[in-house]
Write a protein that binds this ligand. Sequence first.
Ligand code: SF4
Ligand code: SF4
Length: 314
Amino acid sequence: MEKETVNFYEKLEMKGVSRRGFMKYCTFLTAAMGLSAAYVPKVAEVFAAPAQRPPVIWLHFAECTGCSEALLRSAYPYPDDLVFEILSVEYHETIMAAAGTQAEENLQEALKKYNGKFICVVEGAVATAFDGAYGRIGGRTFLEIAKDVCPKAAAVVCIGTCSSFGGVQAAKPNPGGYKGVGDALGMKTVNIPGCPPNPVNFVGTVVNYLLFGKLPTLDNLGRPLFAYGKTIHDQCPRRSHFENEEFVTQFGSEEAAMGYCLYKVGCRGPETYNNCPIAKFNDGTSWPVEAGHPCLGCSEPDFWDKMTPFYQEL
Ligand code: SF4
Ligand code: SF4
């Protein structure tokens, strides 16, 4: 165990991540998961000396691969490396070397070997109209692949709004009958919506599973409460400008202070559950509303239909 821990930190150092930087990330992740600071060493241990590395089969259906990109391109402290420390990714079309027939064989072998034991991560919506004819990989429809793989998994985790709720593919008129995985198969899934979702919400879900041996508590839409338990509006710093007397005085009136809020230019923060104001993006640099762009409601079901036209007051 000690040797593995040393190797882990050595590996991080080779990538330019100090032990201090890693612990900082673990502190951030622990807080994002809604756990007390006492859990920080345990969270660090999950990465540094994992007791188990569950096998993962990662499927891609109708999507832009932005969710994988958001996870893989995060710069610091390399959450992608951390994810691969704790997961054994057996199949992932974007990053695996195999292609064509060999890739299909790899998938079938992994299914046989890890039947009932693997985590299935799904990115992208499933076409259901015309027997799923609107989307195929290797001659099989997305629907056939989903029906083959998902029921064999110990848990199905939908990363992104497309696999969670259908996303842009399911926007009207939706000729392909695109749906989220849970709806398409009539099964319960863990949903990590967002366009893209914040990587910390996916990592937090996996770490919760490894730390406590179970999935995090979910809301009625299958979203982990630690990340999707509050609205954007409830956590938004721009609220302080019209709710805080000091700011109101500074702006001259409540109405003027209200101008700092993006509600009138179409912010969907009051109707959107997500932790963007706390988790932020680009390594905690900023998030859309902080950067001056209204929230579009990307983590809500049917957001392309319900939240549009964008940039108009609700
Ligand atoms: S900017 Fe959006 S989320 Fe922030 S206070 Fe205004 S309406 Fe709420
Ligand atoms: S601010 Fe709103 S639209 Fe932007 S990423 Fe967060 S939930 Fe999605």
